[in-house]
Design a protein around this ligand. Structure first.
Ligand SMILES: [Zn+2]
Length: 417
């Protein structure tokens, strides 16, 4: 069987045929070169209008990289024709195996993009002896195709989240679909302003926004404002993951401050190395740890009281009736306001201010996959961190869509990956 025959099995063209196959020793490592030529009497197709046109002249030979074989690079060689088109003027012919002026065949670009889901872009570049830019170009193409063909029908629930990105206080707004039947990243936007989320709703469209039933988000004011305006019919839920994150952040603040105060007073550093002690369940503590916990409690530290308030708040999520959950919330807030612990009081004030949205959690219960946003948040952070080499917002955006977007792919005769 000839290589030509195999190529015709995996990728056959109507108007082009494979010619001679050469082994090129001059490249390192050696490569395979496959000639391509137009089928006899074949017309060239204008790349401007897609019509068959008379030939004009030929351009210099071009090389297009194809999927490697037995660890060898494979190149297709072709001298493109130019057509004299009555509509477009003199134009290069349309080549079905490549997009625009790219040096990679579309098939190879999809192949690399597939690997880039499993390995970092740098690893893919190394494994296939490609440049980082070539891998990025391949992923960019896959994402552009996927975004253009994405199916946005039947979306009922959205989760809106933000992640810090790069150095300094830079943020990305991420919008997820969190329906039981489909969970994926829908949209990425730079910053976390009113304008950012408005851009999402403009892209998403009025009709689809009107069909939303649940929107899940943090208490971030710009988001609340836009959601109330653009999806007012949906039940807006403040999700558990974000609320508990606010409490954890408050505790860390209390702890850091208290450590400083104790040090200033020359007290024994009772609080050092206690973070995990306080997170462990009492029955799992060793005798020594139990003794330390008792000592901490005896000190009646603000940190300990904050932990207890947070632990207590976990009961909130267990309620089924919004009424009783509301009663619990009010009592918890009153208690916290009397605690004289400023960071905790700040959370309590914030929760009081969003009572209605918090109680929506119980109205949406069972109909919303609440852990989804947290899971996506972790993966999104990992993606942006792994790709530390991202020089631009655009690259981070492409990586997020590629990893979390569950984007569609075209159907090929042969699956190379
Ligand atoms: Zn034309």
């Amino acid at each position: 069987m000839q290589i030509k025959t195999i190529l015709n099995r995996v990728q056959k063209f109507k108007s082009f045929v494979y010619g001679a196959v050469r082994w090129n020793e001059a490249t390192s490592p050696p490569s395979l070169e496959v000639e391509l030529r137009p089928r006899a009497n074949g017309w060239a197709v204008c790349s401007g209008c897609g019509q068959r046109r008379a030939g004009y002249d030929r351009l210099p030979l071009r090389r297009f990289e194809f999927v490697p074989l037995w660890g060898m690079k494979v190149f297709w060689l072709y001298t493109p024709r130019r057509v004299d088109c009555p509509c477009c003027g003199v134009k290069v012919e349309h080549l079905p195996w490549v997009e625009g002026k790219r040096p990679l065949t579309t098939t190879y670009a999809w192949f690399l993009a597939g690997w880039a889901k499993r390995l970092s872009w740098k690893e893919v570049a190394e494994a296939f002896h490609m440049s980082w830019d070539a891998v990025f170009g391949a992923v960019e193409m896959a994402v552009a195709w996927g975004r253009a063909h994405v199916d946005l029908s039947g979306i009922q629930s959205l989760g809106i989240d933000e992640i810090a990105w790069g150095r300094g206080h830079r943020y990305l707004t991420l919008v997820y679909q969190i329906d039981a039947h489909c969970k994926r990243l829908l949209w990425v936007g730079e910053k976390r302003r009113v304008k950012t989320l408005l851009r999402f709703f403009r892209w998403f469209g009025r009709e689809r926004s009107a069909a939303l039933r649940f929107v899940c988000s943090d208490m971030w004011k710009p988001y609340l404002k836009v959601i109330a305006k653009k999806a007012s019919q949906a039940i807006h839920v403040l999700d558990r993951f974000h609320i508990m994150a606010h409490l954890s952040k408050a505790i860390d603040e209390v702890r850091a401050q208290e450590v400083r105060e104790l040090k200033a007073q020359g007290e024994e550093p009772v609080l050092t190395h206690t973070r995990w002690l306080l997170l462990k369940r009492p029955e799992h503590l060793t005798e020594k740890q139990g003794g330390r916990l008792a000592e901490l409690v005896r000190h009646n530290l603000k940190t300990v009281r904050s932990y207890l308030l947070k632990e207590d708040f976990q009961f909130f999520w267990g309620y089924t009736s919004p009424y009783w959950a509301g009663r619990f919330l009010d009592q918890w807030c009153t208690r916290t306001m009397h605690s004289q612990i400023e960071p905790m009081k700040r959370v309590a004030r914030m929760l009081r201010g969003h009572r209605q949205l918090l109680l929506n959690w119980f109205r949406a219960k069972g109909r919303l996959s609440s852990g989804v946003v947290e899971g996506f948040n972790t993966k999104a952070k990992l993606t942006t961190r792994k790709a530390f080499g991202f020089r631009s917002y655009h690259a981070a955006e492409v990586a997020l869509y590629h990893t979390l977007g569950a984007l569609p792919e075209p159907q090929f005769t042969h699956r190379f990956f």
